[in-house]
Design a protein. Structure first.
Length: 448
């Protein structure tokens, strides 16, 4: 937990931004790109080219803020700065944080998930009251009644609470987060490589890919690719059916062979012909009674071959995952060819990583450069953005407002991410602590 900083210290730290070029940013700015001055000096040309291209496509102003020493700030200082920016720029919708700007940690989104991972919601809702109620070292006991008092741990064994920053939150209103945040994280497994020169090299391929989208957006088809053994993933993307038509949705897959036919059998990785159905309801009426697809048919080789064949706007994969593996290993993700513009990764823990020199403890040892989601975005593929959960996933991705914004309303990714965080969802409408999503990469792309 952070030592309490005086209000005066935090406010003075935030106000010091006035001498770092903020005066040149128009008052009607919609988004800020924030970077430490040490990294900014090395990526300035790439960063400016990328931001100006994104600004032209979006049609709203995007400001670049180089902040002296922000990589060394603790999260409360970063959050205070965001609050000041919101006062200065009332139209501000989001912040892209470039480099090693530290995120805080959150402990235990649910009793059966005593995990500690990075927590972007702290910045997305600056008025949210975040607290640590469960002291590190506390031994949580298993539930002994049907309605146990919080906190407790699921299962039969006690659990010792690790170091963490926060474990409780009280939102200021039911309207949800104030802004979206997105991240271009940096870091290497070898500590000696964690230098600003290497951070700049790590970001270079991303900037080139992102700029490529703005120069030639039409090289990405306005299609949607889904691999999942859960029909509800397609159901939540149902608005796309009417927006682009079923023949532009690649869905994998349904089981018409019988129970267990495709368990550990990649022959089940076959595209379903959605075009023969009059609508999504008719397809779901057909597919729902069929046997479950099971696990193990989702072949990385088949997936990679599909990605190499074409470039879609959105690719969604829903498989068992961890911070270094989601259908693909992090090495395969790094080397992947083609693919899509945006990855929607629904597996558990795909966004779990640790930041270099962070004061916030997390329970994963995965460095940034070994994280599978980061490698999807920073690697050789066409992807420039991805969304996923740092924790084991305990609720769905709230896909309906996300896909509505992207495919129906013609909005951009940052706004789609914000709206899905704001809108309630049927799977757990009252469990805010379970809503853990992070956006890595370019928040300004779209599916138009």
């Amino acid at each position: 937990m952070f030592k309490l900083l005086s209000v005066l210290t935090i406010v003075l730290q935030a106000l010091s931004l006035e001498v770092m070029g903020m005066a040149s940013i128009p008052e009607k700015v919609f988004a800020l790109v924030v970077v430490d001055t040490r990294l900014h000096a090395l990526v300035k040309d790439d960063l400016v080219g990328y931001v100006r291209a994104a600004e032209a496509r979006r049609g709203f102003p995007i400001g670049i803020v180089a902040v002296d020493g922000i990589d060394d700030w603790k999260p409360p200082q970063v959050r205070a700065a965001i609050s000041e920016w919101l006062k200065q720029y009332p139209k501000l919708e989001g912040v892209l944080m470039v480099g090693n700007i530290k995120l805080p940690s959150f402990f235990m989104p649910r009793a059966d998930l005593p995990e500690t991972r990075l927590w972007p919601r702290y910045y997305e809702d600056p008025e949210l009251v975040a607290e640590q109620w469960i002291a590190p070292g506390t031994i949580l006991q298993p539930a002994t009644s049907p309605h146990p008092g919080w906190p407790f741990v699921a299962g039969s064994e006690p659990f010792t609470v690790p170091e963490h920053d926060f474990d409780d939150m009280q939102p200021p209103s039911p309207s949800g987060p104030r802004i979206w945040t997105a991240y271009l994280p940096v870091g290497y497994a070898e500590e000696e490589r964690n230098t600003y020169e290497n951070f700049a090299k790590q970001l270079g391929p991303f900037f080139r890919k992102a700029l490529g989208f703005y120069k030639q957006p039409d090289r990405y088809n306005r299609s949607l690719y889904i691999v999942s053994n859960d029909l509800s993933v397609l159901s939540r993307a149902g608005l796309v059916w009417d927006a682009i038509g079923p023949r532009h949705i690649e869905y994998y897959s349904v089981n018409e062979k019988g129970k267990g036919a495709f368990k550990n059998n990649p022959e089940g990785y076959v595209r379903t012909d959605l075009g023969k159905f009059a609508g999504l309801k008719e397809f779901l009426d057909f597919a729902t009674p069929l046997p479950w697809m099971d696990e193990g048919w989702q072949s990385p080789q088949v997936f990679l071959s599909h990605m190499k064949e074409s470039q879609r706007r959105v690719v969604c994969w829903n498989v068992h995952s961890n911070p270094e593996l989601s259908l693909l290993s992090w090495q395969q993700a790094r080397e992947m060819q083609g693919g899509g513009l945006i990855g929607v990764m629904l597996g558990c823990g795909v966004a779990g990583f640790k930041q270099p020199n962070s004061p916030s403890h997390v329970d994963t040892k995965t460095p940034v450069d070994h994280n599978v989601m980061v490698n999807v975005v920073f690697g050789k593929s066409a992807f420039v953005a991805a969304t996923g959960c740092p924790f084991a996933r305990v609720r769905d991705e709230n896909g309906t407002p996300f896909y509505r914004t992207m495919y129906v309303d013609g909005g951009y990714l940052g706004r789609a991410h914000l709206l899905r965080l704001r809108e309630g969802q049927a799977s757990s409408p009252n469990e805010l602590r379970q809503q853990q999503e992070i956006l890595i990469g370019d928040p300004f792309v779209d599916a138009r």
